[in-house]
Ligand binder design. Structure first.
Ligand code: ADP
Length: 269
């Protein structure tokens, strides 16, 4: 069964003349890591807000685990779909990191001992143990984003939506985020990444959904999308250097420097 099924969803903001989403249809299977890409204003945020129930479609249907999302509250959907917002400052309201992380499971009514265990697990997973009693606002940008992720994964949602999780990050923080998301992928989570960060996309996503003017203009394996000049031109996406290099070297198409390295070393062995 498809984990998420979006059927002919269109949406127009009240104050807008044009549709932000037009007849969007797509399905996501359990365990996939899908990148939703496209220029600013192409409809990415509007689409993901439909998946977590923040927006309800004017027409069309969304099913999550086979159930009609329009019949569920945002809180009910949140048990299955965890949403990590773009700006972690908007998610932070507690006085300590520990309290911040406990808030979600506490609201969902998990038993106290269970919450303590889960909080310890995610503190360790996101490497925030030493900040347990720290005020969240005194964390760095990368740490705040890890906290935002921690406060969502602590409730163990099956689906995770990450909206621009690396905005303003330096290289090491991007690497950190790649590693964390990779671990979540390995645990079998279904991940939807909305990002301009092609380093993140190339390292994590296997499939890309490309949006333009509220419609999906391409949906397929990441490598196919990167090789489609028409799509790249229409969306101002740039091929990763690793892909260009692999073409020049005449080796299998690679998306990351590590893949290029493994390909060449693999050949040499
Ligand atoms: P993206 O996430 O790809 O940048 P959005 O989903 O935010 O795109 O926007 C899609 C379209 O909807 C754009 O034309 C944008 O101007 C419009 N839009 C987004 N949010 C609102 C809003 N709250 N009110 C009116 N129009 C909006």
């Amino acid at each position: 069964m498809n984990l998420i099924q979006i059927e002919n969803v269109s949406y127009k903001y009240e104050e807008s003349k044009t549709y932000a989403l037009q007849n969007v249809t797509m399905t996501i299977e359990g365990g996939e890591c899908v990148a939703i890409i496209g220029e600013n204003g192409s409809g990415k945020t509007t689409l993901i807000k439909h998946i977590n129930g923040l927006l309800k479609s004017d027409d069309g249907k969304i099913f999550i685990k086979g159930e009609d999302a329009s019949k569920k509250t945002i809180a009910e959907i949140a048990r299955t779909v965890g949403f990590v917002f773009q700006n972690p400052d908007h998610m932070i309201f507690a006085d300590t990191v520990e309290e911040e992380i406990s808030f979600g499971p506490h609201n969902l009514g998990f038993p106290k001992e269970d919450i303590e265990k889960r909080v310890e697990e995610v503190l360790s997973f996101t490497r925030l143990q030493q900040y347990k009693d720290t005020h969240p606002m005194s964390l760095s940008g990368g740490e705040k984003q890890r906290l935002a992720l921690a406060s969502i994964i602590v409730s163990h949602p099956e689906i995770l939506i990450l909206d621009e999780p690396t905005t303003g990050f330096d290289y090491n923080s991007v690497k950190d985020m790649v590693q964390l998301v990779q671990k979540l992928k390995n645990e079998g989570k279904t991940i939807i990444l909305v990002t301009h960060d092609m380093t993140l996309v190339s390292r994590l996503a296997t499939r890309a959904v490309v949006m333009k003017d509220g419609s999906i203009i391409a949906d397929g394996p990441l490598k196919d999308i990167y090789e489609n000049e028409e799509i790249l031109n229409a969306t101002y996406l740039e091929q990763p250097y690793a892909l260009k290099l692999s073409k020049l070297l005449g080796i299998e198409t690679c998306l990351t420097p590590e893949e290029v390295y493994n390909n060449i070393i693999g050949e040499a062995k």
